[in-house]
Design a protein around this ligand. Sequence first.
Ligand SMILES: C[S@@+](CC[C@H](N)C(=O)[O-])C[C@H]1O[C@@H](n2cnc3c(N)ncnc32)[C@H](O)[C@@H]1O
Length: 628
Amino acid sequence: MDQDKAPTDVHGFEEILQYLKEARGFDFTGYKRSSLMRRVHRRMSQLNIDDHVEYLDVLQANSDEFVSLFNTILINVTGFFRDPDAWEFLRSDVVPTILAERGPDEPIRVWCAGCASGEEAYGLAIVLAEGLGIDDFRQRVKIYATDVDEEALSSARHAVYSEKEVQPLGHELIQKYFEQMGGRYSFRKDLRRSVIFGRNDLVQDAPISRIDLLACRNTLMYFTAETQTKILDKFHFALAPRGMLFLGKAEMLLSHSRIFDPMDLKRRVFRKVSTSRIDVGSVFGRSFLPDRREVDQVDTLRSLAFSTGPVAQVVLDTNDVVTLANQQAKHLFSLSDRDIGRPLRDLDLSYRPVELRGYIDQVRSERRALRIKDIEWQRGPGEVLALEAHLSPLLAEDVPVGVSLVFHDVTANRRLMSELNRANQQRESAYEELQSTNEELETTNEELQSTVEELETTNEELQSTNEELETTNEELQSTNDELQAINTELRERSTELDEVNAFFAAIMSSWPAGVAVVDTSMRIVVWNAGAEDLWGMRSDEAEGEHLLNLDIGLPVAELRPIVRPALSDPTYRQEIKLDGVNRRGRSITVRVVCTALRNRTGAPTGAVLVMEPYGNGDLDPEPAAPNR
Ligand SMILES: C[S@@+](CC[C@H](N)C(=O)[O-])C[C@H]1O[C@@H](n2cnc3c(N)ncnc32)[C@H](O)[C@@H]1O
């Protein structure tokens, strides 16, 4: 089926998948549609079907068709040490790390998921046996190798590979781990016991547990992102704490960084992140032992300290008379020494920058401090200050003696705050941008990854097509060899035939009598030199003509009664004498003997007529014409 003409009826395709799921128990719905469709269409084109509904009929009617489709869909391309760089990393880093983290006698459990014909599982066995030594390997290691394809599993259990297949392992490892038998290489039996093959469908079956190293290479990429997530959750469950996951080079785990940490992203080796990981925080106790120093202050010191304090402060007595005002307050509200002793209500301060009297009454009656925020104070042209007032009741042994008004200049704070706010907003919007760029990057990455996976899939398909082409090529080669043998035989036969023909022609031309051979429709097929000589008709004129139509000196019509029976009776022989005129115009009597012509099986295929002058006995004295 030409790809351009591939059926586009998606509904029909989904029906095929649904049928396979319900009737054959195999769920292909989690596989990527593009490559899955290509594989199904490939099978359909092998059967010359270009309609999904028609193919579904074939699947339903013929139970063997499922096996053929299954074998077409599952691509079993594999090999020893595919991606040598990743395998080298496994040998140099991953295996030593696993061994270092386990006790010397602890078992090591490996899962090779999607193992195809076993090369990867035996490759893992080799790397581990190299790291542990053969004896320890036998005692401690179990490799569970699984696939959904039973045929692939049975070839994996067989463990026999060609020279070309084992080549990537190198001479030394081949010698150490394989037994050679007639050009084929069989993985060592004593180590084979540690590799256990079994059927496991990654989509539907439960995972194996307590795994230290899980290799699932070039298999995840056939599944949709959603199914990949489900499988990866199973892998997370399967792995022991800090267990390692080894993927194929096209498989990235970008969206699963939550549950797997990369150990080496390039080589696609990841570590399980434990979901119960406890964030250990540190709590430090600190004891504050304030220095309490008793200080005797003389009034002067106190009033000086008050007067030079950094914040503006005004103190009122119980009658709201201004009793104290420090330098900051005087400067801020343009108070003078004369204002000291005056009732507050007589001063601008009582209502500017804020109406104070209500608040002061509240403080006094509630005996509670009060904070007034967001006070704006226009001190000079173009100079706006932000103030915050703190009003506190002054109590002497619980008896109110006045109210303290403290004004904080929070202009700088405010400016800082608004700058901070602005910076915060900018940071937030930068963060949002970053986040969206991140998301875009993630999407691009995923797209890239899926393109890479698609390419990888196509590559694998190409690889498998290549293998098919190679097989076809070999088939053609063998047909060619056979044809060549047949050709040689034919040539020999043809030479023999030429010789027989020449021999036969020689007999015919040397025979003195006239001989004519006719086929079953009485057409002349042989007209020898004797006949030419007798009747003066050349063989090229006679051959192909009907016997009874020959224009010669013989009354040919009279031959009919003796020739016709010979065409149906293979034992027939008859002779007749006829008067005629030879090529020189002389009257002669001719004896004609007609014999049936038989093939090898004895069936009649014509008749042979031998014509000889009779009685006067004179064969023509003139020499016969040369045979052509
Ligand atoms: C391309 S091969 C990879 C073989 C090997 N892991 C490697 O990288 O050389 C993919 C394998 O995945 C297997 N497979 C496909 N679907 C599967 C499934 N649902 N469960 C288990 N194995 C599956 C196929 O049968 C095939 O053997």
